[in-house]
Write a protein that binds this ligand. Sequence first.
Ligand SMILES: Cc1cc2nc3c(=O)[nH]c(=O)nc-3n(C[C@H](O)[C@H](O)[C@H](O)COP(=O)(O)OP(=O)(O)OC[C@H]3O[C@@H](n4cnc5c(N)ncnc54)[C@H](O)[C@@H]3O)c2cc1C
Length: 416
Amino acid sequence: MLLARDGHQVTVLDRDLACPTPGREWEQWERPGVTQFRLAHIMLPRWHAVMSAELPSVLDRVTAAGGQPFNFAGSLPPVPSDSRFHTITARRPILEAAMAAEAAETPGVTLRRGVAVTGLVTQGDRVAGVRLSDGDKILAELVVDCGGRRSALPSWLVEAGLEAPAEERADAGFVYYMRHFHGARPEVRGPLLQHHDSLSILTLPGDNDNWSVGFVTSVRDKPLRALRDPAVWEAALARYPLAAHWAEAAPLTGVVAMGGLVDQWRTVTTPGVVAVGDAACCTNPSLGRGATTGLLHARLLRDVLRAGLPTSFADHTATEIGPWYQTTVWFDRHRIAEIDADATGETYQPADPAWTGAKALYAAACSGNPEALRAQLATACMLTTTPETVPTGIGPRYPLPGATRDQLLSTLTTAA
Ligand SMILES: Cc1cc2nc3c(=O)[nH]c(=O)nc-3n(C[C@H](O)[C@H](O)[C@H](O)COP(=O)(O)OP(=O)(O)OC[C@H]3O[C@@H](n4cnc5c(N)ncnc54)[C@H](O)[C@@H]3O)c2cc1C
């Protein structure tokens, strides 16, 4: 949409079909191309700010479909700058439906669904188009790979005799045990991402009267695999007072478990092709940064093309998107090491003052210190990569009320 509004003729190819009944996306839309389609998603305030500036009519559509306003600074005495922390919440199928409906009506955009890209058309050492599953091919001045984290672009480049992108890739080591609920919207009594001994809890408001709740822990933690059982999951959540009431409603789903989540960075330098979103930069989702990073990246592509500099997109990506990737991976690696240490009864104490500072800031924010909370939210909402202020000293390891590891294990055993 951003490119079409700049006068480019854009063809969007998606191997997944449209929802058969518009308005029934949650119930009916099959999206095998996006495995996390029905898992919890929150759009961070930075996403909302960019969408408000660039594509406000998409936000109107989300609101019309039941998207709910949400301010991350909700529990604080309001100050004018807190509008920075504002966003809209909706389940992913509702968000995607709004985005797709707007794309369908955007002059210059042609949507082709149910057709997969199977390879590249090349001209000398540059990409000149794509081959399709129906035998057709499309020539283009620029191919934009938006194929997500499992995009096959590297193998297509190699098949075409061109250079594969440089790639950094590691399994982040997290697993999610998520559920969706429907009912009277729960009161927000703590941060949406709550850290506890050996796990974190996500409580994510959605559209209409729907929301999601889940545990985030290590794939290596065998005892916590019992969280796949809804009865065990409910008993465990009841041990965390700021989150327990989020499950006091009708469940829309059982427990959906998802692991195998990678941190992945690809540098595509072949002329005629670029990668945007997860296809280029993908991180473990507990900080909820994927869609915002993808949107910043898409806007960057629009700006780079506007300046007539397509060949330097990889450099601009490294400068503008790289810091978000690096800080997210930095957080993930510390947090998964901390969770793994918790599970073995050790205390995670790395020699990294930035991690100590981040822990102290989170603790100060959780204690209700308004200055600390606003500083912590500024990074959580992707307004800045580096905290605006960091308290001195060391805070409690887990400042929020909730079960210790031993209490959690005993709850799991009893519930099982
Ligand atoms: C469990 C989980 C929870 C998450 N939670 C959040 C969150 O709270 N907030 C957030 O911002 N992000 C979250 N994310 C990340 C977010 O889902 C991704 O960052 C985002 O979907 C990336 O968008 P994308 O358009 O780059 O790729 P995708 O959404 O993966 O879309 C890729 C598209 O390409 C199509 N495709 C792929 N290959 C082909 C082909 N060969 N031919 C044609 N079409 C093809 C697919 O059908 C799909 O439509 C989460 C991710 C996971 C796994």
